[in-house]
Design a protein around this ligand. Sequence first.
Ligand code: NDP
Length: 286
Amino acid sequence: MIIDGKQAAADLRKILTIEVAQLKKDKGVVPGLTVVLVGEDPASEVYVRNKVKQTREVGMISNEIKLPNDTSEAQLLAVLQQLNNDDAVHGILVQLPLPKHIDESVIIAAITPNKDVDGFHAMNSGRLLNGEPGALVPCTPQGCIMLTKKHLGEDLSGLHAVVIGRSNIVGKPVALLLLQENCTVTIAHSRTKNLAEVCQQADILIAAVGRAHFVQASWIKPGATIIDVGINRIEDENGKAKLVGDVDFANVAAVCGAITPVPGGVGPMTIACLLKNTVAAARLNG
Ligand code: NDP
């Protein structure tokens, strides 16, 4: 089975459209997301355009602030302070990566936690770790759980989940979410020994590595659910650029029970979960 992330994202946006209309009716609040983009990274510009478009499609207010590449850290902090104090802005997202002269950790720390729709602020990571309500949870990990449940249903308890990758934006938070779902969780990384054997234990395998075709069919327990987070740009046999995941899709698909494609899997869910977080932030702040 191919787990269709585009369809899952469209379904989530439909629900959010209804929730946004309800919030407006009940409380007069229209959730607002402001995306801040510093510099001119073409990939980031595409991401931001998609985020802005989809935010508007579900009935929310979307603003984009574009700043030049030579914006100083102090200038960006001043912009964030204004947004933190603006009641019409419920969600703030600073598009990463930032130019090298700006310290990302300083910028993330400067966003009011209840407006931090990326869920990267230490307050939100801490809330997630403690299992506290009100955490704004990073979008890609949320999307991974939703896609897993599309195949396995709501109850994941007792299943063995293996996460390859331990970044703060994907690996660690997705492992915590799986733990909340009562999975037995193994986190693998570049120093893990016998990775193939570790992966062979997995009922659920989440690959967040950043290496094309890294996960092999021989690593897969027959029937496992595979969530491929990776986005890798490679050249096809004709020298044309194409996107592939971290999983050797064609061969793994023959062994596993279900798998997300790249593109069209986790990517679309990431944006839909950003909209979901903005609605949640509007409830927290509104
Ligand atoms: P990072 O580079 O921050 O983390 C990669 C992780 O993979 C690290 O923990 C690293 O281990 C581990 N790793 C690297 N090589 C190996 C190896 N040989 N064996 C086992 N583990 C290894 O990446 P991100 O978490 O930010 O992103 C991962 C991928 O997901 C990327 O392709 C990225 O583009 C994609 N992505 C996709 C998103 C989407 O919306 N679909 C959103 C975010 C990311 P160690 O810690 O030991 O170095």
